[in-house]
Every structure is written in structure tokens, then in C-alpha cells.
Design a protein around this ligand. Sequence first.
Ligand code: NDP
Length: 437
Amino acid sequence: MAKVIARNPGEPEFHQAVMEVLESLEPVVEKRPEFIERGVIDELVEPERIIKFRVPWVDDNGKVQVNRGFRIQFNSAIGPYKGGLRFHPSVYEGIIKFLGFEQIFKNSLTGLPIGGGKGGSDFDPKGKSDAEVMRFCQSFMTELSRHVGADTDVPAGDIGVGAREIGYMFGQYKRLRNEYTGVLTGKGLTYGGSLARKEATGYGLCYFADEMLRARGMSFEGKTVVISGSGNVAIYATEKATALGGKVVALSDSNGYIYDANGIDLAAVKQIKEVERKRIKEYLTYHPEATYTEGCSGIWSIKCDIALPCATQNEINEESAKTLVKNGVKAVAEGANMPSTPEAIHTFQKAGVLFGPAKAANAGGVATSALEMSQNSMRLSWTFEEVDEKLHNIMRNIYKNAAKAAEDYGMKDNLVAGANIAGFLKVAESMLAYGVC
Ligand code: NDP
């Protein structure tokens, strides 16, 4: 850990992500010291390749703007690099590194042949015109196209990168390379996208949470649910949680949160967020009886049985976790990547709250991206029901494997450790098989 900190200064999110994994691996390396002796752990914390580039583009006033682009190809031991692109002003190398590192274990947990990578830019799509977003995406892909490919590295969406951005980038890749291959996932349905990909992360999160609840004789039925964010993951988590019998009462964005005691009207949220690209506050124009509060962290003070953080990293700190516990939360499952601080996780675990870590709970998105890759390679498409059923089975298996690994290594019910260990073993065995490389 000291080496990781010294070699990656000023990247606290990356340190946090590595620390959590290394702590979980202690009992594994006790049993299998060759993982240390052969340098597997040292190799694992060092990305195979970091690509950093200039992204110049012209805004609607004819002024040149320059952003930074990143792609970190972290680990390809079990398949081509796979992981999303994030466009958000907070993006820098440390954020992409933490996300790429987590992606290695998450992708391994899906049971599918995909390595770990992540990318993005400090570009902010918010408030930009479609033409500006298009020019940015084309410039971004002009450089990225040299480094990705259907058998090399297959990016997807993440914060700030949805169907619109994927469309612009896929169009540019096709034009530059004169080839029609599955180089990106999350594509539109008319040009190689998979049914159920849009829904996959949110649905998968609820399938995972449902498994976790059922193992303790509970379910979503009749439960009050609070979900943060109101983007892709939050919207489809709301849809599935409601279908499973839960009542979602709150959603947020980076400005504030809405509370609707009657249960969130998802059609209104989809109209505001997916069609009009407006702020969550607009919900009050549809439902004046609901309330809006400025500031997003206050959402965790709402009393609930199930909390699904689906916005961003470190959005639940120790204080928010204590409030949730005091209010009787029974289960927390992470839709966002690393949304709970280490202190928050400790608070949940100490209080006996069921806790589903992101690597396991939100793996449904990347798993369905891998299903999109399979369909692209076969030049076939499966029905919504086929993809959804495969997703459901994958999430059940992830739960089972994480729970079993935790038990096998003497940490029953600790799904954080279980997910890290189960994800690690497959990657580490492959790295051993390759020798030093
Ligand atoms: P979107 O861009 O669709 O939505 C992000 C949501 O989170 C928005 O409501 C946004 O509000 C809010 N948000 C973003 N940054 C912050 C912040 N700093 N503080 C408070 N709120 C914030 O992204 P996704 O739904 O795709 O992603 C959400 C999370 O899920 C991320 O952590 C992502 O890494 C993770 N994830 C996504 C997957 C996917 O398939 N899309 C797969 C696995 C994980 P605002 O509009 O105000 O910025």
C-alpha cells in the first residue's frame, strides 16, 4: 500500500479502492503466498497502459476549447479491456485509475471474458448544445480510435455518457476505421445495441439486492426505498425496485433531492431527465405535493428500509451511514461506484445492515455490455426477455459466488471481502499462468 501511495501521489480515490481490495486479500495470500512471491499483486496495482491526450473542439461561438482525455487499460488477463467512459468536470487520472482498478474485479465476477479498463474526460456535457457535444465526441474518438477495438478494448457509457454520446463516438469510429464492429457498447438499438442494456445496471442492482434480502427471509415487497441520483442507473433501479413491490420515495441530482411520499412517478422523471435533460427540481411542476430540498447529501436523512446510492463516489459518509442505521435501514446496495466511504461501510457492517458492494451489485451493466459484444460478434440479437433472463442469472451467481468466497475465507456475510476475493482469484490464476508479462 505504501508503494501504491508513493507511485500514485495525489490520487486518494485510487488509494481508497486499492486499500479495500488489499485488506480483503490478506487471508488469500496467507493460503497462497505465491501471489506475492511471483509479483501478481505488484502487477495488479499497476495499469498495463495509461493513455492521456488532448481533446480540442470548437464551441458554438467559434472559440477553441481544450479538454483532457484518458483511457486506462488496466488489466487484460481474462479478456479485452472493458469499462465505461465518464465525462464530468471532476475527472482526472486518479478517478479513472480507481474506476479501472475496480472494473478488473467486477468484470471477473460476471463470469464473462472481459478485462478491466476505464476512460473519460473533464468535459462537462451539461449546458452544451447537441452540436457542441457532437464536436467534442468526434474529437475525443479521433484519438481514442487508435487504442480501442472489438478484440482490444471496448468502452461504454458512465456518468455524462449516454446514448447520444455513444452514437456520436461510434459514428466517428466507423468513419475513421471503415469498419463496422462492436467497438463500443450501450449502442442504440438500430445500430448494434442490445435490448435491456439501458436498463441493465439498475435492474441488475435490484436483482442483487433481492438475492441479498431473500437470503435473510426478506424482499422488496412493502419496503420504502431511497435512491440517489436520477441518471441511467437510478432511473432503472427505481423501475425494478417498484416492480418488485418496493416504494421509491426519493431521487436526487447534484443540486438537491425530491421526496414524494406517494412513491416516485417515474414517467415524469424520465420525461425530465431523458427527454428534456432538466434538473430533478422540475418534478414539482408535475407533483406540487412533493418536496424539493437543496443539497444532495440530505437524501440519506429520509427514513427507509433499503438505500440504493446511484450517483457518485463517496456520496455516503460516516455521518450519513449513522443516520441511515438510526432510521432502521435493513439493506444498502451500491449502484454507483464506491459511493460509500470506508467509514460508512464499517458503520453498516457493524450494525448488521446487509451491504452489497458496487463491484458485485452494479456488475449487471458491464455484464450486459459483454452480452452486447457476443451478439455483435454473432451478428444476431436476442429478445429483451432473453437478455434480461441472462442478466438475472448472472446477478444470482455473483451473489452466490461472493457469499461463498466470504464464507470460505472465514468472513461469512462480508460481501465486500467475498466480491474482492472471488473477482481476484480468476484474474490472479490467469496472471500466474502467463508467467511474468
Ligand atoms: P448519469 O450521468 O446517467 O447520472 C448520474 C447521476 O448522478 C445524475 O443524477 C447526477 O446529477 C448525479 N451525480 C453525478 N455526479 C454527482 C456528484 N458529484 N454529486 C452528486 N450527484 C452527482 O450516470 P449513471 O447513472 O450512468 O452513473 C451513476 C453511477 O453508477 C456512477 O458512479 C457510475 O460509475 C455507476 N455505474 C454506471 C453504470 C452504467 O451502466 N451506466 C454501470 C456501473 C456503474 P447531475 O445531473 O446533477 O450531475
